[in-house]
Design a protein around this ligand. Structure first.
Ligand SMILES: Nc1ncnc2c1ncn2[C@@H]1O[C@H](COP(=O)(O)OP(=O)(O)O)[C@@H](O)[C@H]1O
Ligand SMILES: [Mg+2]
Length: 255
């Protein structure tokens, strides 16, 4: 089946969400198949809020989100989630293996199968040698690769990431990207990014946000000067590379 024929893996319609009576998101609608979607928008534009709504960690005030035809919280075990870095307790005295195993299973007893899945994922990100190490002793890039390994360890049907490359060294970023490229169009991938350029050649859909949805569609449809100005204010330049992809010059300086 062509991936574009499966447009109902996520279906979000007319979502509103407010914190203390102030809207962080207004009237967001999109649907997605086995595609790679990037959510971009300025700081405070509601990107993390949208990710939490997709994960079922928050409930919309209005509208609905269905994933695989169900309520998001009912399908969480099919989703690999990588939260925004600031929200992970990086100094907690926990070992790398436990981070992975806690992500795979909420059962009390961990069996051979879980250990094998965890080891395979850690090997895939190139860090099997850190299995017994304390998480807090790892570099920022290594920590992020471990968190990514946790997200892919249960072989999810969907991966959701919130700014996975913030404060991450280039080799770690490329490692994560090479794994995502292998999974592309086999599963649904959603990521919030500050800077879309590292994946500009990979993405199928862009959701441009500033509380309201300024655009949703292919990069060519969404990434034009008018939309980027609506989202970010001021003028945003766009470079079209020789392969014909759009590269907006936002966020290149901070990561
Ligand atoms: N827990 C919260 N309580 C109150 N306001 C919040 C909370 N989380 C986020 N906000 C506000 O909602 C808006 C969107 O935040 P967020 O979704 O984190 O944006 P982004 O991820 O795009 O930076 C911001 O104005 C932020 O201050
Ligand atoms: Mg955020």
């Amino acid at each position: 089946m062509n991936y574009t024929e499966e447009h109902e893996i996520i279906n979000a319609k007319g979502i509103y969400y407010s914190y203390n009576g102030e809207y962080a998101l207004k009237n967001i609608s999109f649907s997605l198949g086995k595609e790679f979607m990037v959510i971009i928008g300025p700081n405070g534009s509601g990107k993390t809020t949208l990710i939490k709504l997709i994960m079922g960690l928050l409930k919309p005030n209005k509208g609905y989100i269905k994933i695989f035809g169900k309520e998001p919280e009912k399908v969480r075990d099919r989703i690999g989630y990588m939260p925004q870095k600031d929200y992970i307790a990086r100094h907690f005295p926990i070992r790398v293996r436990d981070i992975l195993l806690l992500g795979i299973s909420n059962k009390k007893f961990i069996g051979k199968e879980e250990i094998e899945k965890a080891k395979n994922a850690l090997e895939e990100v190139g860090l099997l040698n850190l299995w017994n190490k304390r998480f807090s002793h790892l570099s920022g890039g290594q920590q992020q690769r471990v968190i990514f390994a946790r997200a892919i360890a249960k072989n999810p049907d969907m991966i959701i990431m919130d700014e996975p490359f913030n404060g991450v060294d280039l080799p770690s970023r490329e490692k994560i990207l090479s794994i995502l490229r292998k999974k592309k169009r086999k599963i649904t991938i959603i990521t919030v990014l500050h800077n879309i350029n590292p994946v500009a050649h990979d993405v199928d859909k862009v959701l441009l946000l500033n509380k309201e949805m300024i655009g949703f569609g292919s990069p060519k449809e969404v990434l034009n000067e008018l939309n980027l100005q609506k989202a970010y204010g001021g003028t945003v330049s766009i470079v079209i590379c020789k392969e014909g992809f759009c590269h907006p010059l936002i966020g290149d300086t901070h990561g």
